[in-house]
Design a protein around this ligand. Sequence first.
Ligand SMILES: C[S@@+](CC[C@H](N)C(=O)[O-])C[C@H]1O[C@@H](n2cnc3c(N)ncnc32)[C@H](O)[C@@H]1O
Length: 212
Amino acid sequence: MSSEELEGQRRAYARWAPIYDAVYHRFLADAHRRTAAAAARAGPDILEVGVGTGLVLSHYPPHARVSGVDLSEPMLRKAAEKVREKSLAQVRLIAAMDAGRLGFRDGAFDAVALPFVITLVPEPEAALDECARVLKPGGEIVIASKLGYDTGVQARLEEAIDPVMKRIGWSAAFKISRIEGWARRRGGFEVLAVEPLFPAGLFKLIRLRKAG
Ligand SMILES: C[S@@+](CC[C@H](N)C(=O)[O-])C[C@H]1O[C@@H](n2cnc3c(N)ncnc32)[C@H](O)[C@@H]1O
């Protein structure tokens, strides 16, 4: 990933950090709760990539051992504040890291959660390769994002409202098929589920399992 692209993301989220929770806390709560639940079902060792201000962290159960990483220091400071103020003992690490270069050993985690980040990463396939690397055999990648279908009634609905959604920063350009294509080409991953999330199935949860 070019350092310019990463710098652009850093600048954007330095602006978002002070207002992110006020804008998104309620709107993303369903997706956040279900992402954490799906990741925790895969096992206790969880990596959250793009942890942002830490809105997902309180949804992980107390027995989990969660590491949260993100590019943006201002977003990470908010996450660290939450961990302290809410005494979230399940959070073991908050650290600055790029999704494309994860500083963890191979096979370290039962689950890698990516809530609302994969569509922002310039090379999503490279980031997914990194997630796959740090995942234990039998572990799961759990993705929640605004992901579109290629065909069908839902795809037509998504295209119809895309101009409005784009204006508020939620394009349907990133398709579920891109993630499915990565899994197929890479091999050793099974798409377990694609589930609709609030609002009206525009956000989706995808679970992929690494072969055991
Ligand atoms: C839309 S926010 C989502 C935050 C949080 N996951 C949530 O759902 O509330 C996207 C986050 O991804 C982070 N991000 C963007 N590109 C990244 C990258 N290449 N590596 C790590 N984090 C990244 C941003 O800094 C930002 O905090």
